[in-house]
Write a protein that binds this ligand. Structure first.
Ligand code: EPU
Length: 422
């Protein structure tokens, strides 16, 4: 296991190139299981979750080649086993994304139930109920979801009880294999869902309503992708870099991003006091920090609301803002694991149910900390870069799951950050 040692307060300057999006890449990679021909991907981020996805697909018979420096993956889809084993799904909950393509293509699948995780119980019952509504037989036994299509699936109206991102992604794919029209209500509107839907449309699918909460999908066949599939920029990495620039009060330029997908997050940063110069295409953001920041009230919501995946990083920044901020987490029941760690740097944060009250401004002081999950780790990095002294952050493997070489990118900007084995 690795740890970071970060010397703060960091002096940073320069440009950061934003990598491809983890949460867009995962469903797009699993989609390759639908085809018989090789599928090529570009702008793939170099992350543990991508490694896990390729290992999981390999365990099912699908080989792939990954040019890690060039960000290119070629998948050779071949499914000899329709089982997504616990060994891999326990490492990455998004392994549940194997369910949709396997059911759509082979009419059966056995996918390990993801366990709980640091941020909440995270069940997959909405995925399973929706499959059943289309006519699949679904049972959960011995820790596995077993789904089977008896004769055929029939399109129908499905309303998700709550917005589910990977549930919507799985259903977009399964509905293509059903006869007639499926209508998904209360569907996720996240840009990653839109990216998947647009790929399917480019391959011949008839899908309407992407980016809205009602999606109409006509059953039908897809043609294999002839061109490389480009992974779009990571909006959460972009937001994390904005938090870093603001917390260290250093101007940074972010390249290859997509500001158009980040309205709610940018609005929160603006309310805190940030300034932005954004290119007309939205692919370049210059972050303009301030000496003094304002306390704000923030509530996480499904897209287009403020992303739960940005909550921890914004909380670290709010420790530096004047006054009392209130952060309400509405998506996951246990996503405040970073609070106890931030307190070790001197942060004043009270938790009341799903509300965190942050009082600032605080001069953060270095202390040893431990990463607990992906976005919590990012928030500890934001805080450590702003804190005075050398902070050690243990269990950085959580960060490597979802941020491409954050330490190398930081070092290039001038940060004193070292990765040590522990
Ligand atoms: N939920 C259920 N039953 C279900 C599905 C979801 O109760 O069958 C609940 C969840 O427990 C949660 C809420 O509904 O309370 C929303 O969960 P959702 O299904 O939308 O989450 P997800 O699809 O598992 C994706 C991202 C997460 C991100 C969430 C919310 C991927 C691979 N993961 O997870 O990303 O936080 O949507 O936006 O796309 C991360 O990148 O750090 C991360 C956790």
């Amino acid at each position: 296991m690795d740890a970071f040692i970060i010397q703060g307060p960091a002096k940073l300057a320069g440009k950061v190139r934003i990598s491809g999006s983890k949460n867009a890449a995962l469903p797009l990679l699993f989609t390759s299981l639908l085809f018989d021909e090789p599928v090529t991907y570009e702008n793939v981020p170099r992350l543990w979750d991508i490694e896990t996805t390729l290992s999981l697909m390999k365990s099912m018979g699908t080989e792939s080649e990954w040019d890690k420096e060039g960000g290119k993956i070629v998948v050779h889809p071949k499914v000899t086993s329709r089982v997504a084993p616990y060994e891999w799904v326990k490492k990455m909950r998004a392994g549940i994304l194997a369910l949709g393509p396997l059911v759509a293509k082979f009419g059966e699948a056995q996918v390990s139930l993801p366990g709980g995780c640091a941020i909440g119980a995270r069940p997959v019952n909405f995925h399973l109920d929706a499959l059943q509504k289309l006519g699949a037989q679904v049972e959960v036994a011995e820790g596995y979801v077993r789904a089977k299509v008896p004769t055929r699936l029939l399109g129908t109206r499905i309303r998700f009880p709550e917005v589910t991102v990977t549930g919507t992604e799985n259903l977009l794919i399964v509905a293509l294999s059903a006869e007639g029209e499926t209508i998904l209500e209360n569907a996720a509107r996240e840009p990653e869902v839109v990216a998947l839907g647009n790929l399917l449309i480019s391959l011949g699918a008839k899908i309407e309503g992407l980016g809205t909460s009602t999606i109409h999908i006509q059953g039908g066949r897809l043609k294999a992708p002839r061109q490389a599939i480009t992974i779009p920029p990571d909006r959460i990495e972009t937001g994390t870099w904005i938090a870093i620039a603001l917390a260290t009060r250093q101007q940074l330029e972010l390249e290859q991003c997509q500001a158009g997908e980040m309205k709610a997050v940018l609005d929160v940063f603006r309310a805190i006091g940030a300034g932005f110069e954004i290119s007309s295409a939205g692919d370049r953001i210059v972050v303009l920090p301030r000496d003094k920041y304002n306390a704000v009230d923030v509530e996480t919501q499904p897209y287009p609301g403020f992303a739960t995946d940005m909550q921890a990083q914004v909380m670290a920044l709010l420790c530096l803002a004047s006054g009392k901020s209130r952060i309400r987490e509405t998506i996951f029941e246990n996503r405040f694991m970073h609070v106890a760690e931030l307190r070790r740097l001197g942060a004043q944060i009270e938790i009341d149910g799903n509300n965190a009250i942050v009082t600032g401004p605080i001069d953060l002081q270095a202390a040893p900390m431990m990463a607990t999950d992906l976005r919590a780790s990012a928030s500890l990095v934001v805080a450590a870069l702003a804190a005075k002294g050398a902070t050690r952050i243990s269990r950085i493997y959580h960060l490597d799951r979802g941020y491409q070489r954050l330490d190398e990118k930081l070092r290039r900007l001038g940060a004193e950050i070292t990765r040590v084995a522990e």
